[in-house]
Design a protein around this ligand. Structure first.
Ligand SMILES: [Zn+2]
Length: 432
């Protein structure tokens, strides 16, 4: 989720940035507080509290993390709320309860991978194994190094006739704590590889028409930090500027296009969760990703770009930076998102609902974000942010039992979306 810490109410967590021991969330509670027409009252009641806000748009509710010392006084405020996590420490323990070092079978039948969360090193190995199982139609790629020197690795897949066709580009885990996003793109990769090898006609058609470029961890330092030290870390791990003691820049507020378009779309405060950096692409992660996207644009064109996030269950298209600006392609993007949403709903027992629309108008303004940039600069025909499960029972700490349904429903959605990429959506008259 593209959420923020309210700058005035930063938790003491920020001071942990340089500590090596793991931060404990024992006794922390997460609440969803109803706002609506009472937003101002709620905000004034919360003004004296030290809390972290998980979501960004406060119009219907705010999801807040409250430290143990403040839960009693929070509950005494008599706000309209429900408890998302009664003890976030317990929820995090449950999230990691399944064995993380389980012996994986060969990549081809490794769907047990999708029953638990895994350490970063195992993710690297998982993609290595997938690549090794598909040697003639794939290669390892990299968009460069992270601040701490980790490789921003990925896979490039292609079908008959070799590489060079229009590109489908997926980015995942730009926000470190959004753990569900990597398994989703890994599962899509797994389906593409195994489907192509088993001669599945649908998958064959996808890879014969498009090259896939899949980067599961575009913020590897942040992800590792979220596993070793602070589960709710979001940004990269770059030291702050101007003698700031706060770490990290939001790589998804750091893209060049509309980087500084409105103060509402990102923060200039190095301690904020949406700190945009001192200049566009002043994170090594973003610099490499931008160069990679421009190269794809120039060499083979970008057909589809998706930046995978959690949470909220939304399919969002440009523009994010200006709520009142509609791209000429909006009709096409919205029709496609509607069909993807329908496919996900039909594919799930509980009829999971994903909402859709232009990012800024549907949710809130975001500047320097990937979908705007990869559309406006990268020339992508389709460009989306997908916010994965859930809608706010678990938020970022999604139980491992929900990994499998999440990845399966997204594959169903992508099968519909990819099949639409060359459709003619309108008659050529008027806006698409
Ligand atoms: Zn996010």
């Amino acid at each position: 989720m593209r959420s923020t810490i309210l700058s005035s109410v930063c938790l003491a967590l920020a001071t942990l940035a340089t500590a090596s021991e793991k931060f404990s969330y024992n006794g922390y509670k997460v609440y969803r507080v109803k706002t609506g027409s009472n937003l101002e009252t709620v905000q004034s009641k919360l003004a004296s509290f030290d809390f972290e806000q998980w979501n960004h748009d406060s119009t219907s509710h705010i999801d807040i993390l409250v430290p143990p010392s403040q839960t009693a006084s929070f509950e005494a405020l008599d706000l309209n709320y429900h408890v998302m996590h009664a003890d976030l420490g317990d929820s995090i323990a449950a999230e990691s309860a399944a064995p993380t070092s389980n012996v994986r079978r060969q990549a081809d039948n490794a769907t047990s991978w999708y029953d638990s969360y895994h350490p970063y090193a195992d993710h690297v190995k998982y993609f290595d194994d997938l690549q090794a199982s598909f040697p003639n139609n794939s290669r390892k790629i990299s968009s460069g190094k992270s601040y701490e020197g980790r490789d921003i690795y990925g896979l490039h897949l292609w079908g008959s006739g070799g590489p060079g066709k229009p590109a489908v580009l997926y980015h995942s885990t730009v926000h470190a704590r959004e753990w569900i996003s990597a398994p989703v793109v890994e599962y899509i990769t797994y389906q593409l590889v195994t489907g192509y090898k088993s001669k599945d006609a649908t998958v064959r058609a996808f890879l014969d028409h498009y090259d896939f470029f899949i980067l599961p961890f575009v913020n590897p330092d942040g992800f590792v930090y979220s596993q070793t030290t602070q589960r709710l870390w979001r940004k990269n791990r770059q030291p702050g500027p101007r003698n700031s003691t706060c770490f990290g820049r939001d790589i998804n507020r750091n893209w060049e296009f509309a980087w500084n378009a409105t103060a509402r779309g990102a923060s200039s405060n190095p301690c904020s969760e949406t700190y945009k950096g001192e200049a566009p692409s002043d994170t090594p992660e973003n610099k490499g990703l931008d160069a990679f996207a421009r190269k794809l644009r120039d060499e083979q064109g970008i057909k589809l770009f998706i930046d995978w996030h959690s949470y909220g269950q939304d399919i969002l298209s440009p523009y994010g930076y200006k709520e009142t600006l509609y791209a000429p392609e909006l009709g096409k993007w919205t029709k496609a998102a509607n069909l993807v949403s329908g496919a996900i709903r039909e594919a799930t027992e509980d009829r999971t609902t994903f909402t859709f629309g232009p990012s800024g108008a549907a949710l809130y303004a975001t500047t320097g974000a990937a979908p705007d940039h990869v559309y406006a600069i990268g020339g992508a025909d389709f460009s989306y942010t997908i916010e994965l499960r859930d809608t706010g029972d678990a938020g970022f700490v999604l139980p491992p039992e929900q990994i499998r349904p999440s990845v399966v429903e997204q594959w169903e959605g992508q099968k519909v979306l990819i099949s639409l990429l060359d459709e003619v959506f309108f008659d050529g008259k008027g806006p698409a």
